[in-house]
Design a protein around this ligand. Structure first.
Ligand SMILES: C[S@@+](CC[C@H](N)C(=O)[O-])C[C@H]1O[C@@H](n2cnc3c(N)ncnc32)[C@H](O)[C@@H]1O
Length: 239
């Protein structure tokens, strides 16, 4: 299997998983197990300082429920969301309906979409989706995003992050210790979720994220939020 085919298979199995497991993911979000509330509050804080009419790109938007809440009452000029999962996009359509700006939802693989995208955006946001890609593919996506946000826009990511010198296996060990906190989860729900995490997730260290930003053409990276158990961090990148 070539590297490109492997990535294609990974993206497709990720999409299938989220189509099959959307209920489990909603439960993760509803119980705030991945600190969506705090991460999206930090995103909203950045959005509050955007100029009126800003364009917001929501990569792998899922059902866009938290993005819509983060944008509520702010003077966005355009919302663009993309996701592989049609059921998630169906929910997203309802969740973004109240936004006071034109919005569009794209059904597709963001990796392919970004390479062809000509849109110019002020804020690009990736919530918990870039970590499925290995370093080189993350870089490719971030290079495209640097092109889309241009010299004055911002890329924000909330993603799995390893501690300094921590291996992927070390991060997974810390992830596995979360089991006791997922008290609303049945054994099967936890097993399905954690199997996905072990097979699909590729966390980077903060210095890897810095290097990715640098190689993609961003001069500055800033950490805005670190999740309760330091498994996920929110970074912004700007030129
Ligand atoms: C963990 S959820 C995150 C959803 C939302 N961004 C959030 O913060 O809750 C991951 C989402 O990424 C989507 N996804 C995964 N790989 C994708 C890809 N290559 N292209 C588009 N969407 C993808 C899944 O369908 C799913 O909706």
């Amino acid at each position: 299997m070539t590297a490109a085919t492997k990535i294609e298979v990974a993206a497709n199995s990720s999409a299938r998983l989220f189509q099959d497991m959307w209920g489990i993911y909603r439960k993760v979000v509803d119980y705030n197990y991945l600190n969506h509330r705090e991460a999206y509050a930090a995103l909203r804080e950045v959005l509050r300082h955007q100029r009126p009419g800003f364009t917001f790109l929501d990569i792998a938007c899922g059902d866009a429920s938290f993005s819509a809440a983060a944008l509520a009452g702010l003077p966005a000029g355009r919302y663009i969301g993309i996701d592989l999962s049609q059921p998630a996009l169906d929910d997203a359509a309802a969740n973004i309906a109240a936004l006071p700006c034109p919005s569009e939802l794209r059904h597709g693989n963001f990796v392919e979409w970004l390479s062809a995208c000509e849109a110019s955006v002020d804020v690009a946001w990736i919530g918990l989706s870039l970590h499925h890609l290995p370093f080189e593919r993350k870089l490719e996506a971030m290079q495209h995003l640097r092109r889309l946000v241009g010299p004055s826009g911002t890329l924000l990511v909330y993603e799995n992050t390893r501690r300094t010198s921590e291996s992927r296996a070390g991060w997974m060990k810390r992830w596995d210790r979360q089991r006791k906190h997922f008290s609303a989860f049945s054994g099967l729900e936890w097993l399905l979720l954690t199997t996905h995490v072990h097979s699909m997730d590729y966390p980077e260290t903060a210095s890897d994220w810095q290097e990715l930003g640098h190689q993609a053409g961003f001069a500055r990276m800033r950490e805005h939020y670190r999740s309760t158990f330091d498994l996920f961090r929110l970074f912004s990148f700007s030129a």
